[in-house]
Design a protein around this ligand. Structure first.
Ligand SMILES: [Zn+2]
Length: 276
């Protein structure tokens, strides 16, 4: 077992004992050198929850909090991130009007914000569809995203967004209007060209260069933990694995590791990252 003297943080991972490897995947992360992880709630449908109201999302959130507790028993530090997946708009609007779908999603985000206020979760998650949608769906999705930003401002917490590939430059303006610092809006699966805070997939080729420039970014696996899609994603070990690989090859320093996995995480999410 490798035990680095610095934190190794995955800021976007899913662990799903019902549909995936569950705690075994978290143990893989730990054994590979991982220390802290941001456990992101899964889309409602992946837990067979079909929300008719915002309150129905609490089943998804309670499950995430329960899984977080299970993972903590391994010794890992777990920060839950709760929210409503942007693709829910397409699923929900098969069963209800677009306006109602947006309302259910906003109410679901309100429910998530209650967990942040209670200290059970550290951040919210929202976004807009990363796939082609009609202008009406895009408008409704931006409305939901604006609501998530308002909640992040109220709760003084970070917001992870799942959105289309690219910089999402307009979201910086939306964040400013809501009063959320742009460096607390985390672009999940981000790229260096975003004005938001980029969370880079662990194997992103720009990591060593950005570290050298002291550009703030964090790292994620976006591991989905679904046995039905084993090859669909990077594995749970990818953040520690790529970090240690870059360190061992001399492309990043131990100081860089502290900055990426400790200091930057603390600044963006307002959590304490201790190690040692
Ligand atoms: Zn994800």
């Amino acid at each position: 077992m490798r035990s680095p003297k610095f934190p190794v943080t995955d800021d976007h991972i899913h662990i799903d004992p019902a549909n995936g490897r569950g705690i075994e995947a978290a143990k893989d992360f730990l054994r590979a050198g991982g220390t802290h992880l941001f456990l992101v709630s899964k889309p409602s449908w992946s837990l067979s929850v079909h929300p008719a109201s915002g309150a129905d999302y609490t089943r998804v959130f309670d499950e995430t909090i329960h899984v977080a507790e299970m993972i903590r028993a391994t010794g890992l530090v777990v920060f839950p991130v709760l929210g409503v997946h942007p693709a829910e708009i397409s699923r929900l609007s098969e069963r209800m009007t677009l306006a109602d779908a947006a309302m259910v999603m906003k109410d679901g985000l309100d429910a998530a914000a209650a967990y942040v206020r209670e200290g059970k979760a550290v951040a919210l998650k929202s976004g807009r569809p990363h796939y082609e949608v009609t202008p009406e769906v895009l408008t409704a999705s931006n409305d939901v995203l604006a609501h998530a930003l308002d909640l992040a401002a109220e709760c003084r917490c970070a917001l992870q967004i799942h959105a289309e590939t690219g910089p999402c430059a307009d979201v910086a303006g939306m964040a400013a209007r809501a009063g959320v610092p742009v460096d607390r809006v985390v672009k999940h699966y981000g790229s260096p060209d975003t004005p938001l805070h980029p969370s880079l997939i662990a194997k992103h080729e720009a990591i060593a260069d950005l570290a050298r420039e002291h550009r703030p970014f964090t790292m994620e696996s976006d591991y989905m933990d679904e046995n039905s899609r084993p090859g669909a994603v990077t594995g749970p070990k990818s953040v520690p694995r790529y970090t240690l690989r870059l360190l061992e090859s001399g492309r990043i320093s131990v100081e860089d590791c502290y900055r990426i996995h400790g200091e930057t995480i603390q600044k963006v999410y307002g959590v304490t990252v201790e190690i040692g």
